[in-house]
Design a protein around this ligand. Structure first.
Ligand SMILES: *[C@@H]1O[C@H](CO)[C@@H](O)[C@H](O)[C@H]1NC(C)=O
Ligand SMILES: *[C@@H]1O[C@H](CO)[C@@H](O)[C@H](O)[C@H]1NC(C)=O
Ligand SMILES: *[C@@H]1O[C@H](CO)[C@@H](O)[C@H](O)[C@H]1NC(C)=O
Ligand SMILES: *[C@@H]1O[C@H](CO)[C@@H](O)[C@H](O)[C@H]1NC(C)=O
Ligand SMILES: *[C@@H]1O[C@H](CO)[C@@H](O)[C@H](O)[C@H]1NC(C)=O
Ligand SMILES: *[C@@H]1O[C@H](CO)[C@@H](O)[C@H](O)[C@H]1NC(C)=O
Ligand SMILES: *[C@@H]1O[C@H](CO)[C@@H](O)[C@H](O)[C@H]1NC(C)=O
Length: 360
């Protein structure tokens, strides 16, 4: 990494330094150096309550190397910790699954999977992606990611996992829990020390985007038209806010929605995006095929013979959709951060590390 700092990063570093005295977190870089130590030595995850007990058990484990192969690796510990938190969150509110899938999508589509969307604004000095119009008041699940990060830190010592990785795992687990096909999430993403308000506005597909614009935005991320139609299938779960569907340019005129905004456009009444919003099925494509897609952007997928034929393919065969979706999610999860952006493994997902020698 170059020693050059952007103005934004410099401002952030200064703010972070000011915060350093208040928030003293154990830096996980030391731990990373020792990552190798824990290969195959984590004991049964279900038994572990605290870091202290893990440390004790691991010492025992080192002495009992015969048993090591039956135990969780550090990565397995991470996957297990995140899944536990995601499962509970979706059990408490099914809609959270869709929200976590969207959060990962909105992370990766803006300057790569860099955890940028997780950075809170800092009044007066930093405006990130959270308040950019595609995310403001609609991106949700930040607290679930924070809990998952904490659970990983508490239960999986000596492995350092980025917030971008945790988002990727949480999205995958959400897909699987709602009935989609699971897929492998490779770890190793880094978190950016900045975020991109304008990037969120211009890079993310919008509900009012026509097909031409959608194809361009996905092609900018190296997705094929087929992969684009597959990823749009994420709308098989979840809801749009009334403030989205009460704007006519955002909706399919044929869907004949009740606007459902009782008062203002910040109203949080919801419109389900397909007829089965809690199930990761193919009904979204069935709806599109009978001209009952909710969003204008969804409906646009049926106006071109190329995209319409993909819609029909998925409507005809759930497993083809699920397989294509999983493959496209893996590809999306590999979108790299912008060149030159400073990277780190964030200790707290909502803010950059107070000091980050390793990233400079
Ligand atoms: C984790 O790493 C620290 C050094 O950063 C080391 O002191 C500790 O023993 C390691 N824990 C385990 C369980 O290996
Ligand atoms: C985000 O939404 C709030 C209302 O919750 C609004 O006051 C604010 O202006 C919005 N920010 C941007 C950048 O649009
Ligand atoms: C932020 O987004 C804009 C618009 O997409 C893009 O031109 C710029 O390169 C992005 N900045 C970074 C640091 O990636
Ligand atoms: C799609 O939208 C873009 C941006 O609004 C516009 O320039 C273009 O003419 C539209 N294309 C079609 C085919 O409607
Ligand atoms: C798309 O692919 C090109 C050519 O391989 C590469 O240079 C570019 O960085 C890729 N874009 C993204 C967003 O990954
Ligand atoms: C309208 O919003 C209310 C309150 O959120 C919800 O119960 C109802 O199902 C919504 N109606 C439609 C048609 O989406
Ligand atoms: C449909 O989209 C394809 C790109 O997949 C494009 O080549 C073709 O021109 C489009 N056809 C129409 C009628 O817009």
């Amino acid at each position: 990494m170059a020693f050059r700092l952007s103005h934004l990063s410099l401002a952030l570093s200064l703010v972070a330094l000011a915060l350093a005295g208040v928030a003293i977190y154990r830096n996980t870089y030391d731990a990373m150096m020792n990552k190798g130590l824990l290969q195959n030595v984590s004991p049964d995850f279900g038994l572990l309550e605290s870091t202290a007990s893990i440390l004790t058990l691991n010492k025992n484990a080192e002495r009992n190397s015969d048993k090591l192969n039956q135990q969780l690796t550090p990565e397995q510990c991470v996957f297990s910790a995140v899944r536990g938190v995601v499962d509970s969150a979706i059990d408490a509110e099914t809609r959270m699954g869709a929200s976590l899938i969207r959060l990962h999508f909105h992370d990766c589509f803006v300057d790569g999977c860099d955890g940028g969307i997780l950075l809170d604004d800092i009044a007066g000095s930093f405006q990130g992606e959270q308040t950019s119009p595609p995310n403001n008041n609609s991106a949700r699940g930040y607290e679930v990611i924070a809990q998952a990060k904490q659970s990983v830190k508490d239960t999986c010592p000596n492995i350092s996992v980025s917030c971008a990785d945790i988002l990727a795992i949480a999205a995958r687990d959400s897909v699987a829990k709602l009935g989609g096909q699971t897929y492998n999430v490779a770890l190793g993403r880094s978190d950016a020390r900045t975020a991109n308000f304008t990037g969120a506005l211009t890079q993310l597909p919008a509900p009012f985007d026509n097909l031409t614009v959608q194809i361009q935005k996905f092609s900018d991320k190296n997705f094929t038209v087929r992969e684009m139609v597959a990823l749009a299938g994420a709308h098989t779960v979840g809801f749009a806010r009334c403030s989205t569907v009460c704007v006519s340019t955002n909706v399919n005129p044929a869907a004949q929605l009740q606007c459902n905004c009782s008062a203002t456009l910040t109203d949080s009444n919801l419109q389900q995006l397909d007829t089965t919003p809690a199930v990761f099925d193919k009904v979204y494509y069935d709806d599109l095929n009978r001209n009952q897609g909710i969003l204008f952007s969804d409906h646009e997928l049926t106006v071109n013979t190329t995209t319409a034929s993909v819609v029909t393919t998925y409507s005809n065969d759930l497993n083809v959709f699920l397989g294509d979706f999983a493959a496209a999610m893996i590809k999306m999860g590999n979108l790299p951060p912008s060149p030159g952006v400073q990277l780190e493994i964030r200790d707290v997902c909502s803010r950059v590390n107070p000091t980050s020698v390793a990233s400079m």
